[in-house]
Design a protein. Sequence first.
Length: 481
Amino acid sequence: MADDPAVKKGHAHHKTADKDRVGLGRKIAYGFGGLAENTMHNAVNNMANPVFNVGFGVAPTLLGIATFIFRLWDAMTDPFMGVISDRTRTRWGRRRPYIVLGAVFSGLFFAMIWWCPRDMSEAAYFGWFLVSALLFYTAFTVFGVPYLGMGYELSPDYHERTRIMSFRTWFASVGGFCIQWLFWLTQRDMFDDTIEGMRYVGLGVGLLLIVTAAAPGLFIKERPISEVEGKKTRASLTFGSVISVFRVKPFRYIFGALIAAVAGMFTVIILGFYINVYYLFDGDLKAASTVIGVSGSFYHICCLLSVPMIAAVATRIGKKGTLLIFIGLAVIGTLLKWYLYLPEAPYMQLIVVALMAPGLSAVWTLLAAMNADVTDVDELERGVRREGSFGAIFNWTLKLGFAVCFLLAGIILEATGFNEQLGGNQPEGTITAIRALYTLVPASGLVISMVIIWFYPIDEDKAYETRNKLEAIRGEQEVEA
């Protein structure tokens, strides 16, 4: 590789060596973990209100507080799990045991959430939901952090890492598509009500989580860590040291870009529901639900179709350039919300979805792949392998961002003057404010993310240069050992 003229001149495109390629079967096994990961991220939020608010009568405010608490817990436990995974040494590796253990308990605790006894007080329902969700999200952390760390270290190759993360994103989109229909499943005639429906649907989802989440741990062999690497990593990593990932300059760009994108998109994402119901359909929930369902499904179909294209473009022009192009499409899409959310043509919003879905898929795919490249820079500068710590902080950023966004969403909606008792007769200024926020806040966040990504310092040549230096250092260490 060091003699490759592409490395010296920076003109040609690097090709992935055969020894660095990950087989299709292993990529699929890793992708199954992405399906489970996305389901764990979103299924509880999607079904909490239909079951605990509509079914059991728990106030939405209490559900919001519970959601904030367990999502905050979910975020805060990630860095600890990252250090634990990085320091672990077993005959099966440092990721696989936790992935399988987390998979089993995630499935069990997910099912447990929905088997709440009937005829309890509101406080008791709140307590059941909070405690069972805390157990579930703890198991999610045990699975999720080592799972992401495993993906970072499956291949040292710049392009192969993009392909690996593409499989994760593609299967995650399959999970997202399925989540759209959980509520529909609970309404089948075989069930007495939503509560009973979700109990049995929850059992099925729990089993699916166990099978798909365990797949990476059962079928993927980890990259071996040398004795020298292992001793150095264990000696260097502590729970306090995980924060030092912010000292790695390229990671700060990824962190900033992720924060900007998440804050922009998810602080106002709930407003899309209110625009559909109260602007497009004058408060008609049943009519709006069809469009919302179609739009959500179409979003995930667009994600599925766009992921291979994202990987192909990134292989040709690099991750940073590809990310800028696709986020640019998403900015155009979100600005078009103002013009394409039309009462007389509600399905015009699918054009917005078609532009935004590839952009967000690129964010989840390429920022994760870029984070994998950052771990090489970290090893070169500090001499330790800590993919788990970087994966933990990446997940921590996402989860903490989601928790804060969910907390702010209700405050923002109330600030617009929205009153659910008015139905479709909301004041004109309220609807205008909701539409403006839903259009401009995501666009602003994505533009800020693009600016930060523009200055990200690792390109293809830099990544291969770092890898060559690492391999030389490892060779010297093995000789000395």
